[in-house]
Design a protein around this ligand. Structure first.
Ligand code: NDP
Length: 315
């Protein structure tokens, strides 16, 4: 294993603002690890909307202090372990969302860097059939999809409507509902050009939100997963006694919004489904963006039109 340097390259911002506050700094200190953490040599990372919401200062009430190295999702190699680390060792190929609570004091030094420090419990061994750039896009989105399905008490034989089926989270909700939870019927929404993609992910019915009035759908569902924040749409489409789960407002009652609690054990549980190819990562075809193009990758994600995940590779 090559020696760990004291300084590294990282994307960083010193003040909140648009993509122009981001700069690539070659002299950022490599983070020190705490006893339950490992140091990961980052091979690939992925962007999530929380990264730009944070950079824009929307979450500053609960943010960690500036300057910030953004980035939650990581795939890489363990190069150092803390004294209390039990299951990981140097050389392990791992992936995970490095922030247990993305809105509550997320890490000041994130994954858009050559090295990042992560609690062991937030990581899992990378699926053996996936390379780093495919693994990097998975953690935050799949964990959010899974936690929402659990909170909505989704189970075999139930039907589901996914609002926003082509995004990072929605594309996993469709796949998990079908291949992990055993949905009886899946409907999902997107714009016109992504309808075929929804079907390939497992949707029985692909609904074009640019043509249909979602407030007047003829069918009702046991669960609605609103990955967009469409107010009354979910509650209008759910069966009596069903659940409407959301991850971003607005969402009308009885819908409820939750914030992900990241957990590497969820990735470990889902690894067999990934390794068998039953469920597959979906990376946006515009990527992967090389490390030098992180600002362009942010600009693209911020259009709100990404298909699956925006991945940064190689780092
Ligand atoms: P993405 O950036 O991956 O979503 C982009 C997708 O959204 C595009 O494919 C786009 O498809 C689709 N989209 C946009 N508007 C609509 C619409 N009106 N109807 C259907 N699809 C639409 O985002 P994520 O999936 O990563 O995250 C979604 C939201 O959830 C974000 O606000 C994010 O911050 C939040 N979030 C919250 C979490 C929590 O813990 N509460 C965790 C993770 C995410 P098209 O081009 O076809 O419109």
């Amino acid at each position: 294993m090559s020696e760990i340097p004291s300084k590294m390259k990282a994307w960083i911002y010193d003040e909140y603002g648009d993509v122009n506050v981001l700069r690539l700094d070659e002299g950022v200190s490599v983070p020190e690890i705490k006893e339950h953490q490992v140091l990961v040599k980052v091979v690939a990372a992925a962007l999530n909307p929380v990264d730009f919401k944070r950079r824009l200062g929307w979450l500053k009430a609960t943010d960690s202090p500036l300057p910030t190295v953004p980035g939650c999702d990581v795939a890489g190699i363990v190069v150092k372990v803390g004294s209390q680390v039990k299951n990981l060792k140097e050389g392990d190929e791992v992936y995970g969302d490095i922030n247990e609570k993305g809105l509550d004091k997320p890490k000041q030094f994130g994954s858009l860097a050559e090295y990042t420090a992560v609690e062991e419990k937030l990581l899992a061994i990378k699926p053996n059939n996936l390379d780093f750039q495919l693994a990097a896009g998975i953690p935050l989105a799949i964990e959010t999809a899974n936690e929402g399905l659990e909170r909505a008490e989704f189970s075999a034989g139930k039907s589901i409507l996914v609002l926003g089926g082509a995004g990072g989270v929605g594309s996993w909700v469709i796949q998990l509902a079908k291949h992990v939870y055993g949905a009886s019927r899946i409907a999902a929404t997107s714009s016109t050009s992504k309808l075929e993609l929804l079907k390939s992910l497992g949707a029985d019915l692909a609904i074009d939100y640019t043509k249909e009035n979602l407030k007047e759908l003829p069918e009702k569902f046991d669960v609605v997963y609103d990955a967009i924040g469409l107010g009354e749409t979910g509650p209008n489409a759910v069966k009596e006694g069903g659940a409407v789960v959301g991850i971003s407002g607005p969402l009308s009652p009885p819908g409820f919004i939750f914030i992900l609690t990241a957990d590497g054990a969820v990735l470990t549980k889902l690894n067999p489904f990934l390794e068998s190819g039953k469920i597959k990562p979906l990376n946006d075809p515009k990527g992967p963006f090389p490390f030098s193009k992180v600002a362009d990758a942010f600009s693209y994600l911020e259009t709100g039109r990404a298909t699956g995940k925006v991945v940064i590779y190689p780092i």
